[in-house]
Structures are given as structure tokens and as C-alpha cells.
Design a protein around this ligand. Structure first.
Ligand code: NAI
Length: 462
């Protein structure tokens, strides 16, 4: 006899959302989590704490660079690093406790400990074995390593160590110009650290729209970040004064050394499924260590599903959440669905970057006839009042049908603006549909409408 209808292994955004939806659908649900608090990487050492530090450091940046322009005099505030970390920890606590409350409210059992699957229909946590009709693996990911780079989470850190450094370093080398490198690099640059980003490719944020890449790099440079592109990091060495980073420039294979205080390794994450016993169960894995799943997020073993960072697709909390809800619906005998063509991505630098759908580069490579409507925030009154005129909205639509194919925004509140385009894409809307929709004035959103107008007869304010 099964004790549970569903046991979800992993209490991150994929796992906890899945557990809540399962319970809402009337399934007797448990969630296994070995951390002291629920919420996984995202709430404990990822999205949420980094947003707290980004918010605090942005306030400092505003006070140093824009306050006097607005007639707000006085000296810029001092940085109390300990208090900033305490504020960040408080934000983590509020969020993780919130999930605990939701578990209680929905009568979900939190099985504390690290889970494994001795056989289909059973989950072991410590010495206890629980029976269940369905298992959802939502064990997430961990920072990937780089040969020659030894992590000690003090001098050479991953994103986890970067959220609790003992002091603000004078110099920081960031390996990798991806999302983590640029977000945490921004935090420290605003706090006065000399940040150098070393990136293997010749551009930052690989895979993003080319215009966005160039604009973001230019803006971040102005904010004090330095970039060494086309450089492969060979190794790092901890020395008395900090660390040395050895890298080779790919154009001429020359070797260089960067002396720094702290190194942040941000070269991606890898799926985490150690200790679950998947090999013994015969669950198929990809060469990258992802659990292989079919259309309904099911592994090769009936009754065992997998979602989030541990399977294929972008490693994003919201993608995991959507899969968590979909798999709950599937288990409950309903129709669960994730539209992988409409998953937004956001980088929380200042300004923010947000993107959904195809890039222009992808459309060109596919040979798809398209039009691009671009509108600069310089033409947006609200943005000018908020010192946020840098950046643009670029909307891509099919040349013949006008159907929206993608959108790429760099500018104020880009991470919020993108969602009207996501909704439009879900409804198969055309650029004209957005252009004909009344947008309140004065809002940043008007820039989205103007980009849609730019796909037709032209924007008004440029
Ligand atoms: P990433 O994949 O975004 O970027 C890693 C970068 O490191 C790439 O540009 C790559 O070319 C570079 N790189 C790799 N090897 C290198 C070497 N030897 N030397 C120099 N550069 C090298 O990975 P990141 O930033 O670590 O993030 C991990 C995951 O977490 C990503 O999937 C990301 O989407 C997710 N994440 C999402 C956030 C968000 O949605 N705002 C925030 C933080 C993480």
C-alpha cells in the first residue's frame, strides 16, 4: 500500500511548486529536502539573495551617481557590509519560511533529509522508506567546475561563496560573462570592487541578441566592469595576497596572468542527481548528465518523472516551476503542458535585460523572412525622468503574417515589460495587435508598443 500519491524529491522552485499543485489537485503529497530550509538554490543561494544584493548596491549606485542631479544633496551612504549581508539573509528567511507556511497550509509533508529511490514506488529518506504511486525528481543543479580551478568558497568562489564574502574585495576576477558573472560582477563593481570579467567567447551573454550583447557590454563598461574576451582560463592559484588567474588569449594563444583578491567561477551549472540511485534503476541519462524524459516529463520508468535543471532545457527557476505544475496536472490525470517557445530569460543587471522567443541571428540562420521593430528608451518620457534612457526594445515579427516571433529588451524594468510580449505570443498575436493596444502614459511599457508600431508604419516618438 502506498503511503503517498506523490513524493517530490527536491524543494526548489520546481519541486515545491509541483508539491503545492499536487496537493491542490487532491493528491497526498510529500516533498523530500535535505537543506535546513525549503526553496532550493533559488531561494537560499541563488535568485533571491542575489536580488537583495543587487537592490542594495543599486541604491548605493543611485545615491552616488544620480541623487545630486535630482537636487538630493549630502554625502553618499557608507557601506556596512555586515548589515547588507544580514538584510540579504533576512530576505532569504522571509521567503523560505513562506514556503514552509504554504506546505503546512496545503498539508504537504516535508520529509527532512536526502532522498534516494531504492526501487520504483519507494523513496528512502535516512532509515525510513516511504511508499508512493508517483515520484518526481526535482534535484536541480550545482555549479560546474573548471579544470585547474580549485574552489575553496573563500578566495576562489562560486555564486554561493560570492553571496557571503568576509569583506568587499578590492579586486575580483569573474570567470564567465554569463548571467551569474554579470549579475554578481555588477554587485561588487557598484560596491567599489575592480571587477574584471574573463570570457571564453568573443562576446558576453552567449546566445543572446547581438544588439543586446553589445549595448549591455558598453553600459557595464561605463559602470566600471572590465572585459577580457576570447580568453580561456587555464587555472587559478591561491597566493598570500589573493589569487592569480592564468588565461590564454584564443587569437594568438598568448598566456597572461591576472592578479586579484577574489575569483568568482561562473562558467555554468550542471545537473545534480548524485545519490538518487538512478543508475541502478536504469534511468537513462544524457552525456551532459541530464535525466532523459519524454513528452510528459516521464523517465523510462513508469511513475518516475523529472523536472527542472536536472533535465534538458534552460536552467531557469520559472521553467522548473512550469514543469512542476505541468507534471502535477499529468499525475492527476489532467493535461499538463509547457510551451518551451515562450520562456522568458532575464538578467538583473542595471539596466535589466529580458528576452523571449527567437533572436534575429536565429531567424537569419533559419532563413525566416522577418521584420525588426526597434525603439530606443531615449524616446520614452518616463525613462528619461528616471535616468533610464539607455537601451531599447526590439520586437521581431514574421514579415508576411506579422506574427510576433521574439522580443529583446535592454532597459528599465525589462524583466517586467517582457511579459506582455509573452502573453501576446501565447495568443499567437501579431505586432499590430500590440501596436493597437492602448498603453498607459507615461510608462516604460509604451516603448514596447512603439517597437510594435516600428514593425508597421513606424513609431511615433523617434
Ligand atoms: P552561463 O552559461 O550563463 O555562462 C557561463 C559563461 O562562462 C559562458 O559565457 C561561457 O562561454 C563562459 N566560459 C566557460 N568556460 C570558460 C573558461 N574556461 N574561461 C572563460 N569563460 C568560460 O552560466 P552561469 O552564469 O554560471 O549561470 C549558470 C546557470 O544559472 C545558467 O543556466 C543561468 O541561466 C542560470 N541563472 C539564471 C539567472 C537568471 O535567470 N537571472 C541568474 C543566475 C543563474
Amino acid at each position: 500500500m502506498a503511503n503517498y500519491d506523490v513524493i517530490v524529491i527536491g524543494g526548489g522552485p520546481g519541486g515545491y511548486v509541483c508539491a503545492i499543485r499536487c496537493a491542490q489537485l487532491g493528491l497526498k503529497t510529500a516533498c523530500v529536502e535535505g537543506r535546513e530550509s525549503l526553496g532550493g538554490t533559488c531561494l537560499n543561494v541563488g535568485c533571491i539573495p542575489s536580488k537583495a544584493l543587487l537592490h542594495a548596491s543599486h541604491m548605493l549606485h543611485e545615491s552616488m551617481h544620480n541623487f545630486t542631479k535630482m537636487g538630493l544633496g549630502g554625502t553618499a551612504p557608507d557601506v556596512d557590509w555586515k548589515q547588507m549581508l544580514a538584510y540579504k539573509d533576512d530576505v532569504i528567511g522571509q521567503n523560505t519560511k513562506g514556503i514552509e507556511f504554504l506546505f503546512k497550509k496545503n498539508k504537504i509533508d516535508w520529509l527532512k533529509g536526502w532522498g534516494s529511490i531504492p526501487e520504483a514506488g519507494k523513496v528512502a529518506v535516512g532509515d525510513e522508506i516511504h511508499g508512493t504511486s508517483n515520484i518526481v525528481i526535482a534535484t536541480g543543479s550545482e555549479p560546474s567546475s573548471l579544470p585547474g580551478v580549485e574552489i575553496d568558497e573563500k578566495t576562489v568562489v562560486t555564486s554561493t561563496g560570492a553571496l557571503e564574502l568576509g569583506k568587499i574585495p578590492k579586486k575580483m576576477a569573474v570567470i564567465g560573462a554569463g548571467v551569474i558573472g554579470l549579475e554578481l560582477g555588477s554587485v561588487y563593481a557598484r560596491l567599489g570592487t575592480e571587477v574584471t570579467v574573463i570570457e571564453f567567447l568573443n562576446e558576453i551573454t552567449p546566445g543572446m541578441d547581438g544588439d543586446v550583447q553589445k549595448t549591455l557590454q558598453r553600459i557595464l563598461k561605463k559602470q566600471g566592469l572590465s572585459f577580457i574576451l576570447g580568453a580561456a582560463v587555464q587555472n587559478t592559484k591561491v597566493v598570500k595576497t589573493g589569487a592569480k588567474v592564468v588565461y590564454r588569449l584564443r587569437k594568438d594563444d598568448s598566456e597572461h596572468v591576472l592578479n586579484t583578491d577574489t575569483v568568482l567561477l561562473a562558467t555554468g551549472r550542471r545537473p545534480y542527481s548524485a545519490g538518487l540511485g538512478l543508475e541502478k534503476l536504469g534511468i537513462e541519462m544524457s552525456a551532459q548528465g541530464q535525466i532523459k524524459t519524454g513528452g510528459e516529463l516521464q523517465t523510462g520508468i513508469p511513475g518516475i518523472y523529472a523536472i527542472g535543471d536536472v533535465i534538458d532545457g534552460p536552467m531557469l527557476a520559472h521553467k522548473a516551476e512550469d514543469e512542476g505544475m505541468a507534471v502535477a496536472e499529468i499525475i492527476a490525470g489532467k493535461r499538463g503542458h509547457v510551451n518551451y517557445d515562450v520562456i522568458p530569460g532575464v538578467i538583473y543587471t542595471h539596466p535589466e535585460v529580458a528576452t523571449v522567443g527567437k533572436t534575429e541571428e536565429q531567424l537569419k540562420a533559419e532563413g525566416r523572412a522577418h521584420k525588426a521593430g526597434k525603439f530606443s528608451f531615449m524616446g520614452n518620457g518616463r525613462a528619461k525622468a528616471a535616468f533610464a534612457g539607455e537601451g531599447f526594445v526590439k520586437l521581431l515579427a514574421d514579415r508576411d503574417t506579422d506574427r510576433i516571433l521574439g522580443c529583446h529588451i535592454i532597459g528599465p524594468s525589462a524583466g517586467d515589460l517582457i511579459h506582455e510580449v509573452c502573453v501576446a505570443m501565447e495568443f499567437g498575436a501579431s505586432a499590430e495587435d500590440l501596436a493597437l493596444t492602448c498603453h498607459a502614459h507615461p510608462t516604460f511599457s509604451e516603448a514596447v508598443r512603439e517597437s510594435a508600431l516600428a514593425c508597421g508604419d513606424g513609431p511615433i516618438h523617434s
